[in-house]
Each structure stands twice: as C-alpha cells, then as structure tokens.
Design a protein around this ligand. Structure first.
Ligand code: ADP
Ligand code: ZN
Length: 730
C-alpha cells in the first residue's frame, strides 16, 4: 500500500462541501479508495458528496463510523488542488468546506457516464459523390482517426447534418456510441501565428522563455488596447501546449469569449474548452471531466475556472487583470487575480497579467521586482491612440434634462456625416438614478435596502441595484399620495439614448448595458452587429469599455467623467483612471484616428489631468506615493469585517464588542476602525455594520483576525464576514 491508497475498512478523513467545520471520519469502501477520490458518504439521513482528504483522525466513536457509500467515476482530486484550496481558504479566512464547494460546482458529478454518438470514416463508398459529401470525407481523412459529434462534423465540413446522416446510412461514415464526455479537439501549436512586430516579438520571446523554464513566475504584460497583447500571450499558450501542459485564460466578461474563441480557432485550428455561466450543463460536465483527464488543453473562462481540476496547469493568463469582476463579492470573498498567482506557484506555472491599465497592486509588484514587466508601446498597424480633451461643462450652455453638450453634439454630427461611429459612455444602467416626488420631495427607495430605486424605462419598472427588487413606476407618491408629480432625476444610459434619438433623429442607435440582454447570445449578436458597422451611435455602460473591437468607432464622448471621482472609495481615482483610459481606447482602432472627449465640471482635477496628458507612469507614481504615505494597500494591508443581521442594535453591539477586544490585532500592529453603519446600511432587509482593520504590510493579519473573531458565535441572526484585501467598501 502507498500513502495515497486506502484499503477497504481503513479509516479515512472525508471533506464535504456541507457547512461542517471539520473533515469527517469514514471507512474506505469495498475495493478501497485513493486519496483525493470523489465519493458519496452518508451524513445523517442523506448522502452527500465528499473528497477523501487524508487518513482518518480516529477521534470519533469507532462504533458510529460508517463506510463510504460509493466512489464516483471521476479522476481523484490532485494534491495540488487540495493544497490550493487549503491555502486559498487560509488566506481568505474561508472555511475549507466552502472552498471545496467552489471546486465541485459541476453538474452530474455522481452520474454514471452516459453515451452519445460520434462519427468516423467508414469502409463503404457512397452511391454518388456530391461536393458536400466529399467535404465530409475530406474532413474525416484530414483529422485521421478522430471522431466528431454530428454537429462538430457538419460545422467543420460546412454541410448540413442530413449530409452526414446520408453518408452514415450508406456506411461511408460510421456511427459509434462513445462516452458523452468526449475529449476536446486537439489544438495545434505548430500552426503559424500572425507575424509579430519587433515589440510584440520581444515580449512573446520573453514569455515563451518563461513558460519553457517550467518554473513559477508572474509577468505583467502592459500595453494599450489594440497593441496586440492577445497575439503575444497566445504565443506563450502555444509553448505551453508544446510542452504538453494545460493553459487557462481568464476573461472578465463572458461577452468577450466569443471573439476570443474565434481567435483561438484561427490560431490553433480548434476551439478551447469554455467555463462560465453561459455554458450548458452538458458542456460543463464534459469540460470539468476532460480538464481532469488532461483532454482539454486550453480553457477559457470566468474567475471560477481557477478552481477546475487541471491535470497539469502550465500557464494562466488573466486578461484585463485590473477588472473588478475578478473579485468575488459574495460567499467566499476571493480575488481570482491574486489566487491565480497562488495556484501557479503551487504548479510551477507561469502567470501573465495583461492590461492596458494595470491595478496599482500589480504595478507596484512589478516596480518591486516581484513581477516581470513587459510593455507593448504602440498600437498595432495604423491605429494610433485617440486624442483626448476635456469639455468644460461650466462653459457649455445646456438646458435642464439634457446631458450631451453642444460641443459633443457637433463632434458626433461630424462623425455621422463621414459614416463613422460614435460612442456615448455613461457608467450608469437604467433611465434615471432617482425618482422624486415634486410635491413632498421624497425619493423612492428600496423597501429592503438603504438604496434608491433606479428607473428602468424599457422594463417600465423601478429596480434596486443592490438586491434586484423591482416595483412598478408609481403614478402616485408612496409618501404623500399626490398624483402626477413623480419626476425622473438625472440620467442613466436609457435616458442618454432618448436624448440622442431626439438630437440625432436619423442615426441608428444601439444601447449596450448588461441588463438589456436576456442572454449572452443576444448580447453577442448586438456586439457583432455594432462591429460590422450597422450602428451609428452606441450608448453604453462599462460593458463597452472591455476589449471589443469596433473598427469604425472614432469618437468617444464620456457623458460624466466626474462620476467615479466622488465618494470616499480608496480606489475611486484608480478606477476612474482605468475606466476612462479603457473607454477612450475604444476609439480609432483601425485606420481612422480617434478622439475622446470627457465632459467634466472639474477638468482641473488631478485624475482628469493625468488622463488627458496620457502620463500614466506619473499618475501611478502619484497615486502610489499617496497610498504609501497613508499606509494603504499595496503598502499596508486592509481587511473589512461586515456584520449583518435583522437587528441593527445587535449587529452594532457585536461590532463594538469586537472593537473593544482588539488585543489580538494590536499584537501584530494592526488597528481597528469602527463599527460604523456600512455605506449601504441595509441590504435585502439585513442591517449591515462595518469594521475596517488596517495593518502594516508584513503583519500576520489572517492569524490575528482568526484569533480576534474566534470567540464570536455566528448564527443566522447575526453573521460575520471577513473580506481580506477588500476591493469595495459598501
Ligand atoms: P490587445 O489584446 O492588446 O487589445 P489584440 O491582440 O486584440 O490587442 O490586437 C488588436 C488587433 O490588432 C487585433 O485585431 C489583432 O488581430 C490585430 N493584430 C495585433 N497584432 C498583430 C500582428 N502582429 N499582425 C496582424 N494583426 C495584429
Ligand atoms: Zn433593494
């Protein structure tokens, strides 16, 4: 027996995703089991999923220990993933059971493998050879012994399914039953990539060298939008595949994946596996299993793909690494970008963090020499960075209920006349952020949250952006009962679209806002329509700021450049800077030069000035100096503590008790601030109180916090969540 195999009857420890604080003892079943095996175990009256985590502890009444019910048909969880879950859990102070849940989000894990039909070359000759039939045969010959599903084969050969069926009826193609979870088509790294520019080649060579070292390392790949970062990191992917290892590319938006899939197909001859919320259950199951067996070489996915059971992960790319969607803000509070670095270090894998506007954390890590930094300075081809100018809104003559200044209007008109596209950007969904009663002055709020309801005119409803609660637009004031006095205050994208339709009656408009699309497919269709130039004016939220290619777009008008500067958020300046640069990067990607205009009431603000001058390093240095002086991240450490409960007083009392008993924190030089009502003091009917812990950079913060909160007994009535390295402070 080796340490990784347990014979029947041996005591083993099984971790389950159930909210239990320990690994439970069971007996290995008939036939024994391997360390890491996925199993089903009896728990009370139920059977639950579990993973064999190690030898049993033997501290349980031996007579009560039950046997593992069944070993599931899946590759055992590898040691590397078990260690990753333990370390990531320890870093984020998340219970191990909850970490396991992240790694077992796959449908049908306990089902037996089901079968499906695949198609291969048969012996017989068809009675009659048509072009379509010849293409099917040629495709099968080209791919050698590989079998395809009906859809794959029809798509590859460019024929309808009935052509394949017809050939099958004659034995020229054979139908074979195989397990449903078929391997993914092999990617071919030897196919030539695009010829790279000198700059790109140098960056690609550096990344390839890093990948070939077979060691851990992180590289920050910085380059303006359109500079060819994707082309460059695909070269690193190619070398990873050549080495026989798997590669993972994380993208912030599933809307981005379809463009990416096409590029991978063009480069490597087949599509990668996908892992995100838009993937069907069957495909998820297939992807999860094939990744575990090493039969998916490249995976493109959302942050949760980081918890997949890779067999040999050699490279992780985090594209748009500064994007806030990498931080999971509910349940296990982790930052996928940081956890990527952890997982790669456990795998001797390379990390590529790609961005036009890196997070200050990554910028500082590169400055400190922890990350290698590679810069792509120019945009590819003729495309040049857009010019940027502010429109001083104090000097514009704008009537009430209008937000597109005369200066911006004139520029849009000039684009329309030349047949080019313009983008009006406002990072606010819906029609109007506030609905006010002009009789009594009340603003309509959410019944469950401390937030104002946002009017969504398409849906004809008010929506709470915190909890999703909706209600019909009131005719009558809910507070004073007066009818006909309810007024929409301020703009959201829907309202800008209404204004644009009025000002540019002949232009074809499209709104891009995440809530306006019922499905990822509808959104994708809209984006493709815009990309082929069928739209004159795009009105969009931050959804448009991310990586889409709109070649005819030459003007970006930022409706409210001051929006992100307000508020007390530590990252307000950084976020505004990134968002504005990303949005302006949308303009002038192809041959026509771009112009970005920022409407601002404070064009002299340092952040606006840094954006306009294009002095990025200057902006980062100033921001870094400010954070360093105040001991803020990345030069110090923060942790948020959120206490929530039905009873505001009880939540506050607990906060006060924690703040008074801060010995464990002070022992490592940390300070606690608060309790204070959270900026959004009520969400889904639960009252929220926040504390903020600030510590010096080197402090053993997690251990101190664990010790500090250990005496707290949590309950459904009063919950406590710790947010290590918080990104948002609501
Ligand atoms: P980024 O990821 O930095 O935004 P991309 O890799 O998407 O940049 O490149 C922007 C556009 O330029 C894409 O359409 C890409 O195919 C094209 N491109 C970049 N580099 C090259 C190259 N060396 N040869 C041909 N096309 C390129
Ligand atoms: Zn609400």
């Amino acid at each position: 027996m080796t340490d990784s195999y347990f014979e029947e009857g041996t005591l083993v420890g099984v971790l389950t995703p159930e909210p239990i604080d320990r690994v439970l003892d069971y007996r290995a079943p008939q036939g024994g089991c391997f360390l890491g095996a996925f199993v089903e175990v009896p728990l009370g009256p139920r059977k639950v999923l579990g993973v064999v985590w190690g030898p049993g502890r033997g501290d349980w009444d031996a007579a009560k220990i039950r046997a593992i019910a069944r070993v599931l048909d899946a590759a055992p969880m590898r040691e590397e993933l078990r260690v990753f879950l333990e370390k990531a859990g320890a870093y984020t102070l998340t219970p191990l059971s909850q970490m396991l849940r992240l790694a077992t989000r796959v449908p049908g894990l306990s089902d037996p493998p089901s079968m499906r039909k695949i198609y291969r070359l048969g012996q017989a000759q068809p009675d009659r050879m048509t072009d379509a039939r010849a293409r099917v045969i040629a495709t099968l010959v080209e791919y050698g012994g590989l079998g395809f599903t009906l859809k794959e084969l029809a798509d590859l050969a460019g024929v309808t399914a009935s052509v394949v069926k017809g050939l099958a009826a004659q034995g020229a193609v054979v139908e074979i039953d195989t397990p449903r979870d078929a391997p993914f088509l092999p990617l071919d790294p030897e196919r030539p990539g695009k010829p790279l520019t000198e700059d790109q080649q140098a960056a690609a060579d550096a990344l390839r060298l890093a990948v070939r070292s077979g060691r851990y390392g992180t590289t920050l790949l910085k380059g303006v939008t359109g500079s060819g970062k994707t082309e460059v990191y695909l070269e690193a992917v190619a070398d990873c595949l050549r080495a026989g290892r798997q590669a993972l590319v994380l993208l912030p938006e599933i809307a981005l994946t379809s463009e990416f899939l096409h590029r991978v197909e063009a480069r490597f001859g087949a599509k990668p596996a996908e892992w995100h919320s838009g993937v069907t259950m069957t495909e998820r199951r297939r992807a999860w299993r094939m990744i575990g067996q090493g039969e998916a070489q490249l995976i493109v996915g959302a942050r949760s793909a980081l918890f997949l059971p890779f067999r040999d992960l050699g490279l992780i790319v985090v594209d748009e690494e500064h994007d806030s969607s990498y931080k999971q803000e509910e349940g296990a509070l982790y930052n996928a970008r940081d956890m990527t670095v952890l997982r790669a270090s456990l795998n001797s894998a390379q990390v590529v963090l790609a961005s036009a506007t890196p997070s200050l954390e990554s910028w500082a890590n590169a400055q400190a020499g922890k990350y290698t930094r590679l810069d792509l300075r120019a945009r590819f081809g003729a495309a040049v960075l857009p010019q940027m100018r502010a429109i001083d809104m104090r000097a514009e003559n704008l009537p009430g209920q209008a937000w597109v200044s005369p200066t911006l209007q004139a520029e849009v008109r000039a684009r329309l006349e030349r047949g080019e596209q313009a983008l009006l950007f406002l990072n606010r969904r819906g029609y109007a952020p506030v609905t006010l009663c002009r009789a009594c002055g009340v603003q309509v709020g959410c019944d469950h949250c401390d937030a104002r309801m946002v009017e969504h005119r398409f849906q004809k409803r008010l929506v709470c952006h915190q909890c999703g609660e909706t209600k019909p637009l009131p005719e009558t004031c809910p507070s004073c009962g007066v009818t006909g006095k309810m007024a929409a205050i301020g703009p959201g994208v829907e309202r800008i679209a209404e204004e644009a339709a009025r000002v540019f009656p002949d232009a074809k408009l499209a709104i891009l806002s995440s809530d306006l699309f019922g499905s990822a497919r509808a959104l994708k269709a809209q984006i493709e329509e815009i990309a082929c130039g069928q739209t004159d004016i795009i009105i969009g939220t931050q959804l448009v700021a991310k990586g889409h290619n709109f070649p005819r777009l030459t003007l970006v008008g930022v409706i409210d450049a001051d929006l992100g500067l307000q508020g007390s958020d530590l990252r307000a300046a950084e976020r505004t800077f990134q968002l504005m640069r990303q949005v302006s990067g949308r303009a002038g990607r192809a041959e026509a030069p771009g112009l970005a205009l920022l409407q601002s009431f404070q064009p002299e603000h340092p952040v606006i000035r840094a954006i306009l001058s294009g002095d990025e390093e200057g902006f980062w240095r100033a921001e870094a100096a400010e954070r360093e002086a105040t001991g803020m991240p990345p030069y110090g450490r923060l942790a948020g503590v959120i206490i929530s409960g039905d009873d505001a007083t009880a939540a506050f009392d607990l906060g006060t008790r924690l703040a008074r008993n801060d010995g464990a924190l002070r022992a490592v030089g940390a300070m606690v601030y608060g309790p204070a009502p959270a900026p959004i003091a009520r969400v889904r009917g639960r009252h929220r109180v926040r504390l903020l812990v600030k510590a010096p950079k080197g402090a053993a913060l997690q251990a101190a916090i664990a010790q500090w909160i250990a005496p707290i007994r949590q309950s459904a009535k009063l919950r406590l969540a710790v947010d290590i390295d918080p990104q948002s402070f609501y």
